[in-house]
Design a protein. Structure first.
Lengths: 100, 649
């Protein structure tokens, strides 16, 4: 059997990639994807613990996260499309009309 | 007994009048304003008469009649009620305040008729009546203090009534400030009473004070301090040395105000308060001595200033200070009922003098300088004759009210101190001189004004009627004390005796003395005060009728004395140099520039500046860039997690 720590290391790496991408990327779709990546890293950790401890709660959490992520994707992608139409760019640095 | 049960009606009536005119009267016609103001005082006077009728029928064991209406203050062991007290002393004061107040209200409807502040005037005047009635009806020192401060407020408002005149507002301020000093003494005295007796009710404090042993001279205990502090308050309100300076300036107010507040009622509040607290004073001989000496010296001091004043109202003002000195002299020698008697007579004749002076000023079209009057006797006969009666009364002509009251004071003083008696007699002579001087300068001789410019006219009837009523009182008011002279009873003293008997001092039984009615009568009629008064009259006659050049010659030959007197002993200048100017300097240079601008404003400004600077620096953290915030969250999470791990490990 694969030890739990392997899963956790993979989860941490994926989460770290997500954070780095969120902070440094400017394309709004990439940022959106990095959020999904972080969520799924957490999902992986949940499932790993669920299996290691022989309990189901972790898996239930995962379903919740997937549902929330799906809802978020629906709303978020809609917003992104509107931004792209109105402003003609996907660069978040340019989406700053509230600041000016 | 409707009025005795609901005594509060008495002060309430003028308060309603003041509120109606002051708050709702903006659009009312002059007639309605007059109706409201007069009906409230008339009803108050009628209620006072009804109260006297009921009071006389009371059985003696129910006097003093105290009625508590509601609990006002309850804090720890301290309790003060809204309670009113009626005894013989209150009755006398009530009649004076409502009666003379009513007459002066009537007079004012004529005197103030063309004044644009007509409504405001009557609103203030009614408010004054309310506070004055509260003062004399209060059953404890705290409620009395409310009335005390209230009359001070109304006095301030009415002195500064012509507020467009700088001198009037200054005079109002001066009265207010000087009274502050006195009131501070009064409130300290009240607090000391509370500390000593645990309560402020007259009904408890006074019998207990009477039961305490008299404090020997040279050993000032609680009673002496209380008495001295209360007297400081009385000296402020009743214009005694050294706090008298506000009263002459208070003449800036309308003349009816001078008559009502600064002659007949408010300024006598100090005498009333001392008489009310007689039990405390009698057991504090040192305080009594102070009261007598201050009163006597004030009487003489003010009379000398009055000799040379040329403003008709200023003469009367100094005369008032002088007469108040007599009242305190009476209190100081233990003759409280004589003091109150003089208070009442003074309310009649001095109120009349002021009203008559107002009538003269009215006739002269606003002129107050006596050196620009003269020869008015034929032109305004009613004013002349009433003023003449009042003058005869104040100088103590036998048979007139001032004769009975002043002579009684001097008689009582004679038993205590010959020096004070001599000073009192001297003052009587000076009084006679300055009063006849006023009369001669105003009504006799040739007129010294331009008859083409000044149209001298007699006052309307609503001004003359109060003059006549007061003249009758000033002439006849003293006779209730008269039988005393031929060995009979002094009805006034007998009436007041129960009040002052509770203090343990029994009114001297007359039958102990060998009474020789004829000799006593002769002594009174030909006594020193009468002779000195006659001398004063003759001197005034010589100076101002017989050879009118003498005063000028005397003024030049005694230039220094004349300057001292006409400069009012330069007391105002002294106070300005010693107290006022240093105070202003400290307020300006230290309190304003250093404390206010430096410390208080500085602290506030420093707090504001620190916030501003900090915000200015910190605002760079709020970039508005969501990814920067995410980075901060990450940093925070990392720091927090490693902290947890470090603590767990």
């Amino acid at each position: 059997m694969v030890p739990t720590s392997y899963y956790l290391v993979l989860s941490a790496v994926l989460f770290g990639l997500g954070v780095v991408a969120f902070i440094f990327k400017r394309n709004i779709i990439t940022i959106f994807m990095s959020i999904e990546l972080m969520l799924n890293a957490v999902n992986l950790a949940f499932v790993a613990f669920s299996r290691a401890l022989g309990q189901l709660q972790g898996q239930v959490f995962v379903f919740f996260v997937i549902v929330v992520a799906a809802a978020e994707a629906a709303v978020g992608l809609a917003i992104i499309i509107v931004i792209a139409r109105n402003r003609g760019t996907l660069n978040v640095e340019r989406v700053d009309s509230l600041k000016h | 007994m409707p009025v005795l049960t609901y005594v509060w009606i008495l002060p309430l009536l003028p308060l309603l009048g003041a509120a109606a005119n002051g708050i709702f009267g903006r659009g009312w016609t002059k007639g309605v304003v007059t109706g409201v103001a007069l009906s409230s005082t008339t009803l108050a006077f009628l209620a006072a008469l009804e109260l006297v009728r009921e009071f006389v029928a009371l059985p003696p064991d129910q006097i003093p009649w105290t009625k508590s209406y509601f609990m006002w203050i309850s804090a720890g062991g301290f309790r003060a009620d809204f309670a009113l007290l009626v005894d013989q002393l209150t009755v006398v004061m009530l009649l004076v305040v409502t009666g003379v107040g009513w007459l002066i209200h009537i007079y004012s409807t004529g005197y103030m008729h063309d004044d644009p502040g007509y409504r405001r005037f009557f609103s203030y005047l009614n408010l004054f009546m309310f506070f004055m009635l509260l003062l004399v009806l209060a059953a404890n020192y705290l409620l009395m203090f409310v009335g005390w401060e209230g009359v001070g407020l109304c006095s301030y408002l009415l002195i500064g009534f012509f507020f467009l005149r700088q001198s009037a507002t200054n005079a109002g301020n001066k009265a207010f400030w000087v009274n502050r000093i006195g009131d501070f003494g009064f409130i300290l005295g009240v607090l000391l009473i509370l500390r000593t007796f645990g309560t402020l009710d007259f009904a408890t404090v006074l019998p207990r004070a009477a039961a305490m042993p008299a404090e020997p001279a040279g050993q000032a205990g609680a009673l002496t301090w209380i008495a001295i502090l209360l007297f400081v308050g009385a000296a402020g309100k009743s214009a005694q040395l050294p706090l008298y300076v506000w009263l002459p300036d208070a003449m800036e107010g309308p003349t009816p105000v001078s008559a009502l507040i600064h002659a007949a009622t408010m300024v006598t509040a100090g005498v009333y308060m001392v008489a009310r607290s007689h039990a405390i004073f009698l057991n504090a001989p040192m305080a009594m001595e102070a009261v007598a000496v201050v009163g006597c010296v004030t009487a003489l001091f003010a009379a000398t200033i009055g000799l040379v004043q040329t403003d008709i109202k200023k003469v009367l003002a100094y005369s008032t200070v002088s007469q108040l000195g007599y009242m305190f002299l009476a209190c100081g020698v233990g003759a409280f009922s004589a003091g109150v008697f003089h208070l009442m007579m003074h309310a009649f004749f001095k109120g009349l003098l002021f009203l008559a002076a107002g009538s003269v000023i009215h006739a002269m079209g606003g002129e107050q300088d006596m050196s620009k009057m003269g020869g008015l006797r034929k032109k305004i006969p009613w004013t002349f004759w009433t003023m003449f009666m009042a003058t005869l009364a104040i100088v103590g002509t036998p048979g007139f009210s001032g004769f009975f009251s002043k002579d009684e004071i001097l008689n009582e003083t004679q038993n205590v101190s010959m020096t004070l008696w001599a000073l009192g007699v001297l003052t009587a002579g000076l009084t006679s001189f300055y009063m006849f001087r006023l009369l001669f300068l105003t009504f006799f001789g040739s007129n010294r004004f331009d008859e083409r410019k000044v149209h001298v006219h007699e006052s309307p009837r609503n001004m003359l009627a109060p003059l006549v009523v007061l003249a009758i009182l000033a002439v006849g008011g003293g006779w209730m004390a008269a039988p005393h002279l031929w060995g009979g009873v002094n009805y006034f003293e007998q009436f007041l005796a129960p009040v002052f008997a509770t203090s343990g001092r029994v009114v001297m039984p007359k039958d102990d003395l060998v009474v020789d009615p004829g000799r006593d009568l002769l002594k009174a009629l030909a006594g020193a005060p009468v002779i000195v008064g006659l001398l004063g009259f003759l001197l005034a006659w010589w100076f101002y009728i017989r050879s009118p050049k003498t005063p000028k010659k005397l003024a030049t030959s005694l230039a220094a004395t004349y300057k001292l007197l006409s400069g009012k002993y330069f007391v105002d200048e002294l106070y300005a140099a010693v107290i006022v100017r240093p105070l202003v300097w400290i307020s300006d240079k230290v309190l304003w520039r250093v404390v206010d601008e430096g410390v208080i404003d500085g602290t506030v400004n420093a707090v504001a500046r620190v916030s501003e600077e900090a915000g200015d620096k910190l605002r760079y953290a709020s970039t508005g860039n969501i990814r920067t915030y995410a980075a901060w969250i990450l940093v925070g999470a990392v720091v927090f997690t490693s902290l947890l791990l470090w603590m767990a490990g």
